[in-house]
Design a protein. Structure first.
Length: 134
């Protein structure tokens, strides 16, 4: 619903989805040593009708990474109006308001409240995380 923040980093919006590859892709994958368990893609959404944006309480962003495993922390890269950045939370601080952080597949659109800057991202543990679109 606006410019792509990733373009400012000389990149573009992309993601990957899990899939069950056909046998010929599996054979190529084995021969080349490349992991083809995910299919990579870019987004292009075109519509004649402008999208409506509901009134929201926080920041809306799309998850653009797999979970980034760090000992004792949940971490994802998200992309929204303010650009791409990591959201983080200690695993021990999961609450009913932040429970969706435990599983955010790439492509998920989330809303989260005020964050606290940490060394490895924006901490959402004292806020909320809501899935708007899986």
């Amino acid at each position: 619903q606006g410019h792509c923040p990733a373009l400012a980093d000389n990149d573009w919006c992309h993601t990957s989805l899990q899939w069950v590859p056909p046998p010929w892709v599996n054979r190529l994958s084995e021969e080349t040593g490349l992991d083809r368990t995910r299919i990579k893609m870019s987004y292009l959404v075109v519509s004649k009708v402008p999208a409506t944006v509901p009134h929201l309480e926080g920041t809306v962003a799309r998850v653009v990474s797999e979970p980034l495993h760090t000992k004792g922390r949940l971490r994802y890269i998200v992309c929204g109006q303010t650009g791409r950045f990591p959201i983080v939370m200690p695993s021990s601080r999961v609450s009913p308001q932040t429970q969706p952080m435990e599983r955010l597949p790439p492509g998920t659109v989330v809303e989260f409240g005020p964050t606290q800057p940490k060394g490895d991202g924006e901490d959402v543990s004292k806020s909320f995380v809501r899935v708007l679109r899986p």
